[in-house]
Design a protein around this ligand. Structure first.
Ligand code: GLA
Length: 336
C-alpha cells in the first residue's frame, strides 16, 4: 500500500492571472487530503471517500464521468500511462478540505493520487507533479485551469505564502509575518468550476490579449483597454490591475505591512466584483462587513462564483472579529 498527504490552499491575492502571465500568492493550508492506494489485480478502479457514501467502481479506461472520483481516476490513468502503476487500484480518500469551496480539494486529490501512484519514486519533482496534475485537470477533466492550484498544493508549505510567477513557475516561499492571521470563511454559497463560466472567462482573457497584441494579458497596458469591446475591456482591466496588485502584495508581505496588504485585497475584491463578474451580492455583503468589523482586507478567493472569502486580521483581534461577523452572518462558517 502507498500513501500520500497533500494540503489544500487559499489564494491570498493574484486571481485569474495564473494563465495570463501573472504572479499569484497562494498559501497552503493545514487541511489536507490523505490517500491510500493498493493494486487490486482487477481491470477496474475502486475508489471510496469518507466525504461521500458511494464506493465507485469504474473500468480502468473509463473517461471522466462528472463524478467526485474523476480526480482520482484521472490521476490513476496518468500513472498507468507513465508506467508507475499497472492494473486496477483500490483507493481510500480522507479529506478535511471542504469540497466546492475554492480551496483546491480537486488539485490536492490529483496531486495525492500521482504521488501515491509513484510520481516521486519515478524522480518527478514537486513542480513536475504539479504540471502533471494540471494535465489531468485540463485533459481528463476538461477544465482549462491554470497552474496555481497544483503548484500551491504540491510545492507550498502549510502556513507559508508561495509567491509564484506563473510564467515560468519560479517561486519563493515567504513566511506569514507575526501578528497576521488569514481567516478563510465559507460564505455558504455553493460554487462549481467546470460549469462553463471558468472557460468563458479564460476565453475572454485570451481574446483580450490577442486584440491588445500581447502574449499574456498581464503585459497589456491599462490605457489601451478602452479600445476593446466593453466586456473584454473590463476583463483586461481586472487582469492588468491584479497583476500589478499582486507584485505590490509581495512587497507589502516582505515589509510586513498589514494595512498595505489589506488595501490590495480590498481593491482585488472590487475588481473581481465589478470587472471580472465572479462575485455574488450576498458574498459582497459579507466581504464588506468583514472589513467594516475590523479586517484589514477581505476578498473572494479562487475562481469565485460563491464559496470562500479570505480576510486579513490582526491575530489578537481575530477571534472577537469572527464572533462579530458570525453574529451578522450566521450562515457563514470559518474554515481556517
Ligand atoms: C481556479 C483555477 C486556477 C485559477 C483560479 C482563479 O482556482 O483552478 O487555475 O485560475 O481559479 O484565480
Amino acid at each position: 500500500m502507498t500513501c500520500a498527504t497533500v494540503p489544500g490552499r487559499v489564494n491570498l491575492i493574484g486571481e485569474w492571472i495564473d494563465f495570463n502571465g501573472g504572479t499569484v500568492l497562494p498559501m497552503a493550508l493545514s487541511q489536507s487530503v490523505e490517500l491510500e492506494m493498493c493494486a487490486n489485480g482487477q481491470t477496474h478502479d475502486r475508489v471510496q471517500s469518507q466525504q461521500f457514501s458511494d464506493i465507485t467502481d469504474f473500468g480502468i479506461d473509463v473517461p471522466a464521468a462528472g463524478h467526485w472520483s474523476d480526480y482520482v481516476r484521472g490521476g490513476l490513468q496518468y500513472g498507468r500511462r507513465m508506467g508507475w502503476i499497472t492494473g486496477g487500484q483500490d483507493v481510500i480518500l480522507k479529506s478535511t478540505i471542504p469540497v466546492g469551496a475554492g480551496l483546491s480539494s480537486s488539485a490536492a486529490t490529483i496531486v495525492a493520487t500521482l504521488r501515491a501512484a509513484g510520481a516521486e519514486l519515478a524522480g518527478i519533482d514537486p513542480a513536475g507533479i504539479a504540471r502533471a496534475a494540471q494535465d489531468v485537470e485540463n485533459i481528463f477533466m476538461g477544465v482549462p485551469c491554470g497552474i496555481m492550484d497544483q503548484m500551491a498544493v504540491s510545492v507550498g508549505r502549510p502556513g507559508n505564502v508561495l509567491a509564484l510567477d506563473t510564467r515560468d513557475c519560479s517561486y519563493q516561499i515567504m513566511p506569514v509575518p507575526a501578528g497576521w492571521t488569514f481567516a478563510v470563511i465559507h460564505s455558504g454559497i455553493a460554487r462549481a468550476l467546470s460549469d462553463g463560466r471558468y472557460r468563458a472567462r479564460r476565453q475572454e482573457c485570451l481574446e483580450a490579449a490577442g486584440s491588445l497584441g500581447v502574449p499574456y494579458l498581464c503585459d497589456g497596458k491599462l490605457e489601451d483597454t478602452p479600445s476593446l469591446p466593453p466586456v473584454l475591456a473590463r476583463r483586461a482591466r481586472h487582469v492588468i490591475s491584479e497583476g500589478a496588485r499582486s507584485l505590490q502584495a509581495v512587497t507589502a508581505l516582505a515589509a510586513a505591512s498589514r494595512p498595505s496588504f489589506g488595501m490590495l485585497m480590498n481593491a482585488s475584491h472590487a475588481s473581481l466584483r465589478d470587472d471580472m463578474d465572479v462575485s455574488v451580492p450576498a458574498l459582497d455583503a459579507m466581504v464588506d462587513d468583514a472589513v467594516e468589523l475590523g479586517a484589514d482586507g477581505a476578498r473572494i478567493t479562487g475562481a469565485g462564483f460563491g464559496g470562500c472569502f479570505v480576510c486579513l486580521v490582526e491575530t489578537g483581534q481575530a477571534s472577537a472579529w469572527w464572533s462579530r461577523l458570525k453574529a451578522r452572518h450566521p450562515g457563514a462558517v470559518r474554515v481556517v
